[in-house]
Write a new protein. Structure first.
Lengths: 622, 850
């Protein structure tokens, strides 16, 4: 069983690595490597199913090697499998296989043929990691992979404006979910005093002795996961990202946003259910979220006049219902509902272009003009109000902009009085002093030392906000991110649980990524390219390799789990104490902003309509 | 601005917007129709400067095409001599081959309005367009949403106003815009006054605004002009749409700047600009023009060399007993099937005529609530043909049921159909079958359905048109076609009237694969009606009086060729006599063989099919493509179309044109004065030229003139496709249809004396402009001396081909050994097109009498 489970994770990774070896026109090997990886997994998953059934449907826990160990946290590569996870695995393997087979012909001769298959395989890897994760840290790795692949699939047609804009929009929301998950991991460490294994998760018991406010944690812990689940599963008020994510080829929309990616919130809730099952008030909350979503997305879905957005909203309404089912404790039914809904909506999306022919034909033979709408009476007014709100998607998209982007922009613009040079000049001395002080803590008076972590985190936030509104040079923004990261590590260094090796771990990934990034940006600038951030440049048209390299730099700098930075980040978060809420909030804000700025830089420089216009470029609105 | 000026403004705006109607009525037309009064190159480069489109390849691409041998050096030299005189040939050659030209990309349209972005520090388009598109799309929606837009019969502004008045929610965020709407007194000019301020900028601003989403503006323009393109009719006009957009703009700007802002025109640095003033062309454009000409003539020259060579052979058609005759559509896709008909059965004869066969009708299938137009777009039919009964029921597909998107039904559907759809997906991948949601060419009309063709009472009208034809009308139609194609004697016992249609799955653009002469629909009803007319004893009697004597033993049998699945279906076989049935059975063997060979020739371009396998497997694979959901290229449409030949079929026999020619039959000997030719020629520039230019521009700029790749397309309101939920409609052809197309203008080749053709052209200035302004090329092949004459500067000049004629014995081998394209970039793609060959198969040798 252990071996089989590790194959489930390893096979897709191998398939992904093999897929990189081919060039875009070698469609056959690209396809074969993909279908082999998924095919092997399908057979293995079926075998696992049989074994699992024979084994009395007991859940399985596989303790893997410990990657990093510190006093109270360990980062172990362990896996956990139960009925819910297994159903999800079987379904995702089946659907991924179908989509690969479908896409082989569908994407024939597409410019991004190889890219598509690689992203799909990477997504599948992430899904396997997430579904099999034995602890929250591993689950988070899978979670992040799914988020990043979403970004690349939405911006698959990277030479057009809207896909890129929507990809940035979606990934910013995802970032909120990611950080919410990180918070959840942090607070769990504190509560339990160690890393949690799903195998032994049985509720909020055995808290650390120093935990006082139990009532608070009962809500705070599950709330972090609920928020993450709501974002990923497009529940109200986050629903508006889903229709906007339907930018890639129809096949990718079918698998990502029709089924596998968007249902992951339901899985997360079931996985973390021991943490809130006993809390009836929280169950009402989960159910309430579901209910509100059911109601509003059904209304929105009724007035959608494009086929893919209609399927998106009707799917979200069903997911809302799944939230209610989960809240009521019907996990098994929720999983059945999920499997059916995922298959049904994927299929609907795959054949969605046929709707034109089919419905026109229907209309031709069966059309009858709908009855006119009245205006008198309250009922008609309510109906018209619903219509108007539905067409505007309850203003959810605008709401996200107003409540999320705009305040950040405003905050960033507040610091425009700091010129670029001034910023650096102001940044350096405190930093040097800080570094000196970090190694010689004795020189700093106790009363000041207490506030230093918050102080440095706050200064760091200023830099990242400046980077967020930077328009002139990507290089500046990039350096500002690095400065911000340095300040964050300073903030950690002054936290009482000081272990320099963790900071090194954190900085190791960052420094490499930072240098790669600077090298790429410098190279672009020396080639005479525009690297301002005022608009999209679409440089990936001319510099596809640099773009690819830069993606790695970005992922590294953003703490994506491909470098040790991620472990460092996790560990350092663990050193924030539960009484340090201001510091926590500052760090969380820092981390969210880091991600936003990094994705912004990447997409502004390398994605979007290519500015040079010597080849075909699409209109902005198309 | 006076009303008169405003009317002029609207006329200009409407003139330039795309005219593609709802996708179900896809009809090819010249996308730059608004520039057609200009000379071709001047027009395309002006359009490029104004709208930012890419009308030719880039300099670099032409140079690489030259290096690859696709553009011939001798042709380049000849083109330079022709266009620039013989003095500076070397200098021009240097310019073509080596000089660097900086590329400037600064489209004019959009400049004025883009100033808002700087003023607002955010994009006005991002603020306005998503909601605007949502409103207009819901308004025009034909049946995707469950709630139809209320008050759809009152115009979009009035409908929005009524919703606004009677609801607790609002589309607007600021007070002023809402008040302007509710008051209902503001005219478009009042709104423009608020937003733009200065009258002289209005036109410019509206062009910027409407061309920032030319897809939506275009379809509104098209629906305004032909409301019948929507079954569920909506009242809509461009003015209302513009007003709505202006109101939303005011709303967005009010939110950013408060109510006291200055109009755009009163801000500093705004200078009015005439987008359409004459633009001088630079040297780069001159060079690109020479390159494009060289690209085109490198191909035409091969064709003309072949034609000239065959002319010299002085061949006569054989006078064996005809086994059967078949009349096809002029369509370029029928070019190869006709070749195989003649190869398999050397005693048969094929003809080409526009695929509506002179039958301009509305068609009403049994139980249909509307009329379908089955004739070329410019014609307004005077007859309707009704289907009286149909037996095959139309299936239903629960996956497309709207109610699966409601909450409770959605739950029920996903639980009950969820696992089924898993099974369906597997079946559709491995065993695709024809389903009700696939566009099936043969489902358009029941194969056994009865048609009401003969008119009983001309006074009785349905919706203002006559039901069926009277006998004299029938005789006129039949005579027109038969004279046109030169078939007035020597009738075989069986004459097939072969219409065509195309089946495809998951393809919103399926109309673009059907018969263009039938308004983008399968032409089977027309074939049936025509055959019925030609079989009618009283029609034959009348025709006899007009010197067309159709023997009693001759039977016209309607059929339809599915160009995607390569099948031919026959209608009204029940009317065949015993002998006719046997005759048909004998022919069927040959026809199936021809279809085999045709399928095999088409298969060479399809990566998924191995051409070396058994022919039955190839046929199955070809058929499978036509109903596979995962197949974005069920067939390749008119890709590669480049020629239109008007003349006797036997002239071109032995010339391999790789399915690139529209073939219209015409016999100059029966028409020495060219009276018939004038009729035959009249519809061709519009139909063939429309197809050719649509492919040309979609190929040159797939993003701005084409619809881009079809993979992300999202069906919008059942009227069009867009890329995403916030995106504009995408008119034009999708990438998957134009990949193999070499963008050359259509070369019309007419078999007649130059002076006759010249006289016809002079008599019809409208048709003449297609050629004199260079939107199409015209070459006449004179039957007297076998020489070729090129139409240039209003007259005919002798044309001397440069190319060597390539001859082969076994053309099949040439076809199947030809390489496939590696990518769809023009440099790779053009290699897949087989050069012109004169081939000399054994069956043909007997005919070559020198």
């Amino acid at each position: 069983m252990e071996l089989l489970i590790s194959i489930l994770v390893v096979a897709p990774i191998l398939a992904l690595l093999v897929g990189f070896c081919f060039s875009n026109h070698q469609e056959k090997p690209i396809f074969s490597s993909a279908i082999t990886g998924v095919g092997v997994n399908f057979v293995v998953a079926l075998t696992v199913l049989v074994l699992w059934l024979q084994g009395g449907m007991e859940s399985v826990f596989v303790k893997g090697p410990v990657l990093y160990y510190a006093k109270e946290t360990e980062f172990a590569l362990s896996f956990f499998l139960d009925g819910y996870g297994l159903s999800y695995i079987l379904l995702s393997t089946f659907l991924t296989g179908i989509i690969i087979l479908f896409s082989r012909t569908y994407l024939h001769r597409e410019k991004g043929f190889k890219r598509f298959f690689n992203i799909l395989k990477f997504f599948y890897c992430g899904l396997m990691v997430l579904l099999l994760a034995g602890n929250l840290e591993i689950l988070f790795v899978g979670w992040e992979i799914i988020g990043v692949t979403s970004f690349f699939l939405i911006s698959f047609y990277r030479e057009r404006y809207l896909p890129v804009k929507n990809a940035v929009k979606v990934v910013s929301l995802y970032r909120v979910a990611d950080i919410s998950m990180l918070l959840g991991i942090w607070v769990c460490h504190h509560y339990f005093g160690r890393s949690l294994n799903f195998g032994e998760l049985n509720g909020l018991h055995n808290a650390q002795p120093h935990i006082m406010a139990h009532g608070f944690y009962e809500f705070f812990i599950p709330a972090t996961f609920l928020l993450a689940a709501m974002v990923k599963s497009a529940q109200v008020p986050f629903s508006s990202w889903l229709p906007r994510a339907m930018e890639g080829p129809t096949t990718s929309s079918a698998i990502f946003y029709g089924s596998l990616s968007v249902h992951i919130g339901v899985f997360l809730l079931i996985r973390t259910s021991p943490l809130w099952e006993d809390n009836s008030a929280f169950r009402w909350l989960v159910g309430g979220v579901g209910l509100v979503t059911c109601f509003s997305t059904t209304l929105i879905g009724r007035v959608q006049s494009t086929i893919k957005t209609q399927i998106a909203y009707s799917s979200v309404a069903q997911i809302g219902l799944m939230f209610i089912e989960v809240a009521m404790g019907f996990y098994g039914f929720a999983i059945i509902h999920f499997v059916c809904n995922a298959l049904f909506r994927s299929h609907q999306l795959l054949v969605s272009p046929s709707v034109l022919n089919y419905q026109i034909h229907n209309q031709f033979f069966h059309f009858s003009k709908p009855a006119g709408q009245g205006t008198a009476g309250l009922w008609n007014k309510v109906k018209l109000s619903c219509y108007s709100l539905g067409v505007q998607e309850f203003r959810l998209d605008r709401f996200m902009f107003q409540s999320f982007w705009r305040p950040l922009k405003k905050a960033g613009n507040f610091f425009t009085f700091l010129g670029t040079q001034n910023t650096y000049i102001l940044a350096l001395p405190p930093f040097l002093i800080g570094v000196y002080a970090a190694y010689h803590k004795a020189v700093v008076p106790e009363s000041i030392l207490k506030f230093l972590p918050e102080g440095f985190a706050l200064v760091g936030l200023v830099f990242i906000l400046k980077a967020f509104v930077e328009r002139r040079s990507a290089l500046n923004a990039w350096v500002l991110i690095v400065v911000n990261q340095l300040y964050q590590s300073l903030a950690f260094s002054f936290n009482e649980e000081f272990d320099m090796s963790q900071v090194y771990l954190y900085l190791s990934g960052i420094s490499v990524s930072a240098f790669i990034g600077i090298w790429v940006l410098n190279r672009m600038r020396n080639n005479g390219e525009d690297i301002s951030l005022a608009k999209f440049h679409g440089h990936s048209y001319e510099y596809p390799r640099l773009a690819f390299l830069f993606v790695f730099a970005c992922l590294g700098l953003a703490g994506f789990p491909i470098t040790p930075t991620f472990i460092g980040e996790d560990l350092m978060l663990g050193h924030i104490h539960e009484n340090q809420f201001p510091l926590l909030i500052l760090i969380v804000l820092n981390l969210i902003m880091d991600g936003l700025v990094i994705f912004r830089i990447y997409s502004r420089l390398f994605l979007g309509p290519h500015e040079k216009g010597y080849h075909e470029t699409a209109y902005r609105s198309s | 601005m006076s009303d008169f000026q405003e009317a002029l403004l609207f006329e200009r705006l409407k003139h330039h917007l795309p005219t593609q109607a709802a996708l179900k009525d896809f009809v090819h037309h010249n996308p730059l129709h608004s520039f057609q009064e200009m000379e071709f190159f001047k027009a395309i480069f002006s359009a490029s400067k104004i709208f930012g489109i890419k009308p030719t390849f880039s300099m670099n691409e032409y140079r690489r095409l030259h290096q690859a041998g696709r553009i011939d050096s001798e042709v380049i030299e000849r083109i330079i001599r022709q266009e620039k005189g013989g003095d500076d040939v070397d200098a021009w050659q240097e310019k073509l081959l080596r000089r660097g030209y900086p590329h400037v990309y600064e489209p004019k349209v959009g400049r004025l309005r883009s100033r808002w972005n700087a003023e607002l520090k955010c994009s006005l388009e991002d603020r306005v367009q998503p909601l605007l598109f949502r409103i207009i799309c819901s308004y025009l929606d034909q049946g995707i949403s469950l709630w139809p837009f209320p008050f759809e019969d009152q115009g979009v502004v009035e409908a929005v106003r009524k919703i606004e008045k009677n609801s607790f929610a609002s589309f607007f965020r600021s007070k002023r815009a809402r008040k302007l709407l509710l008051d209902g007194e503001a005219s478009m000019q009042d709104l423009l006054k608020i937003v733009v301020g200065r009258e002289e900028l209005y036109e410019q601003y509206l062009f910027d605004q409407q061309f920032s989403h030319k897809g939506w503006s275009g379809i509104i323009n098209a629906i305004e002009d032909q409301p019948e393109t929507l079954f569920y009719q909506k009242k809509i006009d461009l003015r209302g749409f513009i007003m709505l957009e202006l109101l939303l703009e005011i709303d967005a700007i009010d939110q950013e700047l408060g109510e006291g802002w200055k109009p755009l025109g009163e801000r500093s640095g705004v200078i009015p600009e005439d987008y359409f003033e004459e633009i001088p062309l630079g040297e780069m454009e001159e060079v690109l023009k020479l390159w494009q000409l060289a690209f085109e003539w490198s191909y035409y020259d091969e064709v003309l060399a072949g034609v000239g060579y065959l002319n010299k052979l002085k061949r006569r058609p054989h006078d064996n007993q005809k086994s059967f005759q078949a009349v096809f559509c002029v369509d370029d896709r029928e070019c190869s099937i006709r070749r195989y008909f003649e190869e398999v059965d050397p005693n048969c004869e094929t003809y080409g005529a526009p695929g509506f066969f002179g039958v301009s009708i509305y068609f009403q299938p049994f139980g249909g609530k509307f009329f379908e137009k089955n004739c070329p777009v410019p014609i307004t039919p005077k007859h309707v043909i009704q289907e009286l009964e149909a037996k095959t029921p139309h299936g239903s597909v629960p996956f497309h049921d709207k109610h699966s998107h409601t909450f409770f039904r959605g739950l029920w559907c996903s639980l009950s159909l969820g696992l089924t759809s898993g099974a369906r997906m597997i079946l559709d991948l491995f065993r695709p079958t024809m389903r009700a949601d696939i566009a099936d060419a043969f489902a358009h009309m029941d194969i056994n359905g009865k048609l009401h063709i003969e008119c009983d009472d001309p006074e009785q009208k349905i919706n203002g048109v006559q039901a069926g034809y009277t006998v004299p009308e029938m005789a006129d139609v039949v005579e027109g076609i038969l004279r046109g194609i030169g078939l007035i004697s020597d009738f075989a016992e069986m004459v097939y009237i072969v219409a065509h249609g195309s089946s495809s799955a998951n393809n919103p653009h399926h109309g673009a694969h059907d018969c263009g002469a039938c308004s983008g629909r399968p032409g089977a009803p027309n074939a049936r009606v025509f055959a019925h007319m030609a079989n009618h004893p009283r029609v034959r009697e009348i025709l006899k009086g007009r010197e067309i004597d159709i023997p009693e033993s001759t039977h016209f049998l309607p059929a339809m060729h599915d160009t995607a699945s390569d099948e031919i279906g026959y209608y009204d076989r029940i009317q065949l006599s015993e002998k006719g049935r046997e005759n048909h059975k004998a022919n069927l063997v040959n026809i199936e063989k021809a279809l085999d060979l045709n399928a095999k020739e088409r298969a060479r371009r399809f990566a998924s099919i191995d051409v070396n396998q058994d022919i039955r497997k190839i046929r199955r694979a070809i058929k499978k493509r036509s109903h596979s959901y995962f197949e974005p290229r069920p067939e390749l449409g008119h890709g590669t179309n480049a020629l239109c030949f008007i003349g006797a079929r036997h002239r071109l026999k032995g010339l391999f044109l790789d399915r690139r020619a529209f073939l219209q039959s015409y016999d100059y000997q029966q028409d020495p004065e060219g009276e018939v030719l004038a009729n035959v020629l009249a519809p061709l520039p519009g139909v063939c030229g429309g197809i050719n230019l649509e492919y040309y521009f979609s190929r040159m700029d797939i993003e701005k003139m084409g619809a881009g790749t079809k993979l992300p397309h999202n069906v919008v309101g059942l009227i069009g496709v867009a890329n995403s939920s916030d995106g504009d409609l995408r008119p034009g052809l999708p990438l998957q249809m134009i990949e193999n197309h070499d963008p050359v203008r259509l070369l019309m080749l007419v078999e007649h004396r130059p002076e006759v053709v010249l006289r016809i052209l002079k008599a019809s200035p409208e048709n003449c402009e297609w050629f004199s302004k260079g939107w199409l090329h015209l070459v006449v092949s004179s039957p007297d001396d076998g020489e070729l004459y090129h139409f240039k500067d209003g007259g005919f000049q002798p044309y001397e081909p440069l190319a060597q004629v390539s001859t082969v014995d076994d053309i099949t081998n040439t076809i199947h050994s030809h390489p496939k394209m590696r990518s769809n970039h023009i440099l790779d793609a053009t290699r897949e097109n087989i050069p012109v060959h004169v081939y000399d198969g054994s069956s043909r040798k007997t005919e070559l009498t020198k």
